[in-house]
Design a protein around this ligand. Sequence first.
Ligand code: NAD
Ligand code: WQD
Length: 357
Amino acid sequence: MAPTEKYVLVAGGAGYIGSHTALELLLAGYKVVVVDNLCNSSEEAVRRVGELAGCDVPFYAIDLRDKEALDAVFAKYDIDAVLHFAGLKAVGESTKLPLEYYDSNVGGSIALLKTMAKHAVPKIVFSSSATVYGDVTRFENMIPIPEECPTGATSPYGHTKLIIEDILRDAATADSNLKVAILRYFNPIGAHPSGRIGEDPLGVPNNLLPYIAQVAIGRRARLQVFGDDYVGSPDGTPLRDYLHVVDLAKGHLAALAKLDSVASTVPGEGYMREWNLGSGKGSTVFQIIHAFEAATGKTIPYDIVGRRAGDVLNLTAKATRANKELNWAVTLSIEDACRDLWHWTTMNPYGYGKQPE
Ligand code: NAD
Ligand code: WQD
């Protein structure tokens, strides 16, 4: 989509990936309006996005399930596309609070789609996840993982992503005006090189890089490495496909451009397609620790502990579909991401908050 007078609504745009994507949209000339219930984020992120882009970003602190409030935003702005980042995302927490996850993720998505339909908004890009594939070692020769890999999520969080993908598929089948891009992210890491926006997890980080950064800055004593006995890994630790969050953000602009250029091939139906967003390269936990140490000069003390429940050996993307069809590929390295994460961390040791926890 060429930037127009119309707006892109970024749902969940105060969060980690949404804030970086809102910035890339603004820098490319798009007009942006952000909605977010701030359950896992800070309005300060949106303010800083505006500061980096040199403009004020309209922001509404609303929950997607608040239909009246959402409707008012759609009534106020001429919206041409929605980027849908809003949702709960912690795999472990989802096993404890499954109903909260279904309510927020699925309920929020339905409310958003109904409001889009009411206001005839034709395009949506949805944040799905590599977690929809589950443990792909249940198949032979499925790594790197292509989009055709059968899905099989293993947590309530993953189930919500699959259900939303199904809802989007059905909505696109029923509505010839609707175009849907499903982006299955692998492991986004890093921060904006300015050091002004980045990931700001609440409490103890679940994810590897934020945890490493908090060890490096002195907020936590040691990293726990969850198992070094994975058969099939070069050093025994699991393989993941880490990509810089700025590359991931740019993938959304590529998806928007794609939705602008495609037409449904089935008469009477809309358009929907899935793309993996990853680098296509797997890295082990030890390789990530060493990359962070090399990029920052810090030493990360760690202990090897037992495996984390639900972890799988290898989640590495086959990224060729996005490379070819979206004309998108990663441009930044893991070292770039580690350097930018460290820059963000040293400039904001407590994230967007001011007080030590
Ligand atoms: P995040 O938590 O930083 O951002 C999500 C945002 O959505 C938060 O700002 C939160 O306050 C908001 N939100 C949650 N529920 C909402 C609701 N009902 N109404 C309005 N706002 C709501 O997470 P993120 O890492 O930026 O992830 C963005 C999206 O990408 C999520 O949908 C996540 O599931 C998906 N994803 C993330 C990763 C990852 O590793 N970070 C990987 C794959 C997919
Ligand atoms: C990476 C590797 C851990 C923390 C998760 C979600 C997935 C997606 C991305 C949303 C693993 C190891 C981690 C630590 C460690 N999110 N690790 N010590 O599990 O690949 O993916 O985020 O959709 O759905 O499951 O990412 O960063 O948690 O872990 O050893 O303190 O680091 O075992 O091998 P994961 P992660």
